[in-house]
Design a binder for this molecule. Structure first.
Ligand SMILES: Cc1cc2nc3c(=O)[nH]c(=O)nc-3n(C[C@H](O)[C@H](O)[C@H](O)COP(=O)(O)O)c2cc1C
Length: 186
């Protein structure tokens, strides 16, 4: 649970902007959610990347360092200039081989890719809460600069959704009402 809710092999892979994570050097990372896609991703992403396995990475988690460096400004820029993408622990792009997916499963599978991206997002919301921090889905991002950040030139691969994880900052502009606030509404 919950991954068995979708019957297809993972099509959404993560391109990560790591800023402040204990035990990980800041930089760009890739998480190939289907280990069989690692070699394909290596060919699709920039040839300058080192694809170094992360030390102490749990076995079976295909997480790779692509390039060390401070990518806070880059992460912010590609997510429509939103500070939440650069100021947290890490943010990420959910990248799919959408043309191959559509060729295999038909055009209607486009929405399935969003379902899978949403599922990854919901898990990140829950896991961040469990870890005592927070997460936010990011629907506003610039496709082409995101692809450029990971050296993706092929139009066959597309980013479907972004996410960021970090410590929360209360937004004083928002009002929060108790759930099921029936009495006040009447
Ligand atoms: C698909 C999706 C895209 C979102 N995109 C953004 C975004 O680009 N920037 C942002 O600050 N929050 C974004 N959010 C977060 C929402 O603005 C909001 O914080 C979240 O849905 C919780 O809202 P609620 O507390 O009213 O339920 C997104 C959320 C979802 C589910």
């Amino acid at each position: 649970m919950p991954w068995d809710a979708i019957p297809w092999r993972p099509r959404i892979h993560l391109g990560l902007f790591v800023h402040r994570v204990d035990g990980l050097a800041p930089g760009l990372y890739a998480l190939a959610r289907d280990p069989d896609k690692v070699e394909i991703l290596k060919g699709v992403m920039g040839s300058e990347f080192c694809w170094q396995r992360v030390p102490d990475c749990p076995p079976g988690l295909p997480l790779y360092l692509l390039q060390e460096g401070d990518c806070r400004a880059l992460a912010t820029t590609v997510s429509c200039g939103q500070a939440i993408a650069g100021d947290g622990a890490f943010s990420l792009a959910m990248i799919a081989d959408y043309m191959a997916s559509l060729a295999t499963h038909g055009a209607a599978f486009y929405r399935n890719l969003f379902w899978e991206a949403g599922m990854v997002g919901q898990l990140l919301y829950l896991e961040a809460e469990e870890a005592g921090i927070r997460a936010t889905g990011i629907g506003c991002y610039f496709d082409d600069p995101v692809h450029a950040a990971f050296g993706i030139v092929s139009r066959e691969w597309q980013s479907f959704y972004h996410f960021t994880v970090g410590a929360p900052v209360e937004d004083g502009r928002l009002t929060t009402l108790p759930a099921y606030n029936f009495e006040e509404e009447q």
